[in-house]
Design a protein around this ligand. Structure first.
Ligand code: GLC
Length: 563
């Protein structure tokens, strides 16, 4: 199959929802499933096609649902299975597809399998998890993302053994090497597909295969353990098996979350002939402003547009003939896109938010937006540790406190880097709590909902970020060339303007995007000016072009058709 073969998941625009923060309907300060159902008209009005719903399964919420204690029931705080079914039928009635989150590298320690597994060494669930008997000594070092000590092995007295947890102590890793575990997961997938779910985003999927001789961490991975975690010996065997046994039996889509996966490995996951996944999220962009291998630490120097272009251009080339890419600028694990890749100051917020929309919607690959992007929601920039709810911030703070590190630096870092920046409640209107809840919200609401960053105010304004987003989505949908067209980078070395063309059959487009607070003037000799027709721009100001020169205003975006 070649890249231009049409598929609904290539042509669709995805809208990701973090349910805890979307809409509360029962007044407990926590978003719920009925809240999403209630807001389906809004979602439909955006023109998006697919909702990716972060985990809604039963969970003690150590990591906000990414620690599942029952894969087949709905978290009580979010509602019931009936509520879920009502959501799904409301979506189907509107032609919206639903992609759920599969978190199967680990479960919660409160999952029935783990509770049994830890009871005794001969329990029938013992081999569902990775155990290291203490009589063998201390297990070889493994790092953990959310552990207060950074240690992924936790000693458990009951059976005098350590269990493995790449994430928090309450997220023990499943042992995929055990065929029974794989069958359990396939059964979970079938359960949701049979209900009519249209696909899965697969949480840290490349971590599922481990070398179960648990060798010492090879020297080359000591600075950065992530590529070691994502290169397990049986990974592709497991993905292929999952595809053959379950995925291939349904008309669904899959997108893996793949930290540690680079361009050389890319097609192993998504070359259709290999029958594994449809798409994945690489982490190259998400590391661009981070400090080397320290994924949660900001770098001091600002990121450069040429590097940004380099990442997108390199990844576009990977999928030029086979496979398919996914495009995202933010999600529930990273800061808000306008604050990170644009500029959320009053002067540039509107143009940079809409410029970023123009970018994602004119690139090749499936675009994923995160709830609130449509109105240009910004970072929370919390000032105090108490404002943070995320285990990642809270536990790292505790660790640094133990180590005596200056906490002001940490809080400074979290202002830009924290996941909670993107977890504040959806801003529906300018009333108290932004229309999210009538009670105290589980996490602070961004005060800028009173300053126009809310749905109700933006509905009324033709030029709002919201209405631009809608127009831009329609533009992509009415021009298949923006979905399938070949991408060609122009102005490779320019640090202010990102320019490229997209060409498909007899359609051709020129896209000009400013990533600068200064006006820019660029020359594009390869473009014949009298053949350009402006399709959309985010700046009401008249476009200025003379001969071969374009004047591009700060954060201006322009899409031209080349006639
Ligand atoms: C993924 C999720 C993140 C979660 C982690 C552990 O990276 O996106 O939110 O904390 O996996 O499940």
């Amino acid at each position: 199959m070649d890249t231009t073969q049409r598929k609904w998941w290539k042509e669709g625009v995805v809208y990701q929802i973090y349910p805890r923060s979307f809409q509360d309907t029962n007044g407990n300060g926590i978003g719920d499933i009925n809240g999403i159902t209630q807001r389906l008209d809004h979602i439909q009005s955006l023109g998006v096609d697919i909702i990716w719903l972060c985990p809604v399964y039963e969970s003690p919420n150590d990591d906000n649902g990414y620690d599942i204690s029952d894969y087949k029931s709905i978290m009580a705080e979010f509602g019931s299975m009936e509520d879920f079914e009502a959501l799904l039928s409301g979506m189907k009635a509107r032609g919206l597809k639903l992609v759920m989150d599969l978190v199967a590298n680990h479960t919660s320690d409160e999952h029935h399998w783990f509770k049994e597994s830890k009871k005794s060494r001969d329990n029938k669930y013992r081999d569902y998890y990775h155990w290291w008997p203490a009589e063998k000594g201390t297990p070889p070092k493994r790092w953990s993302y959310f552990d207060v000590d950074g240690n992924a092995w936790k000693y458990d007295e009951q059976t005098d053994a350590y269990y493995l947890h790449y994430f928090s102590v309450k997220q023990p890793d499943l042992k995929w090497e055990n065929p029974k575990v794989r069958q359990e997961i396939y059964d979970v997938l079938r359960f949701w597909f049979d209900k009519g779910v249209d696909g899965f985003r697969m949480d840290v999927i490349p971590f599922i295969s481990k070398d179960i001789t648990y060798p010492e961490l090879p020297e080359e991975y000591k600075g950065n353990f992530i590529p070691f975690y994502s290169n397990g010996p049986r990974l592709h065997e497991f993905l292929h098996e999952m595809n053959k046994e379950v995925l291939s039996k349904y008309d669904i889509m899959t997108v893996g979350e793949t930290p540690g996966v680079n361009i050389d490995q890319a097609l192993k996951f998504v070359d259709e002939d290999r029958e594994e996944l449809n798409m994945f999220f690489h982490f190259d962009l998400m590391s661009l402003d981070r400090d080397g291998d320290e994924v949660f630490w900001m770098r001091d120097e600002p990121w450069k547009l040429t590097d940004f272009k380099g990442i997108f251009s390199k990844w576009d080339a990977v999928f030029a003939e086979k496979g398919w890419g996914s495009l995202f600028l933010s999600n529930h694990d990273f800061p808000r896109s306008v604050s990170r890749w644009g500029n959320d100051s009053e002067a540039h917020w509107h143009n940079s938010a809409t410029m970023l929309h123009t970018f994602l919607l004119t690139m090749r690959g499936t675009p994923y937006f995160y709830f609130g992007d449509e109105i240009g929601m910004t970072n929370a920039y919390f000032d105090t540790i108490d404002a943070y709810k995320d285990i990642n911030t809270v536990n790292r703070y505790a660790l640094l406190q133990q180590e005596g590190v200056a906490l002001e630096d940490f809080l400074d870092n979290e202002k830009d880097a924290a996941r909670d920046n993107a977890r504040t409640p959806m801003q529906w209107d300018s009333t108290r709590n932004a229309g999210f809840t009538t009670d105290n919200p589980w996490i602070g609401v961004n005060p800028n909902h009173k300053k126009g960053i809310n749905v109700a105010s933006q509905e009324k304004d033709e030029d709002s970020v919201l209405n631009y987003f809608r127009r831009m989505v329609q533009l992509r949908k009415s021009n298949l060339g923006l979905v399938y067209g070949a991408y060609q980078l122009l102005l490779e070395r320019n640090e202010q303007v990102y320019a490229y063309t997209r060409t498909h059959e007899n359609e051709s487009f020129l896209i000009l995007l400013s990533f600068s607070t200064e006006e820019a003037s660029v020359t594009l000799d390869e473009i014949e000016f009298d053949k350009l027709r402006l399709l959309i721009s985010n700046d009401a100001a008249e476009e200025e072009k003379t001969d071969s020169k374009f004047v591009v205003k700060p954060y201006q975006a322009m899409v031209y058709q080349i006639l």
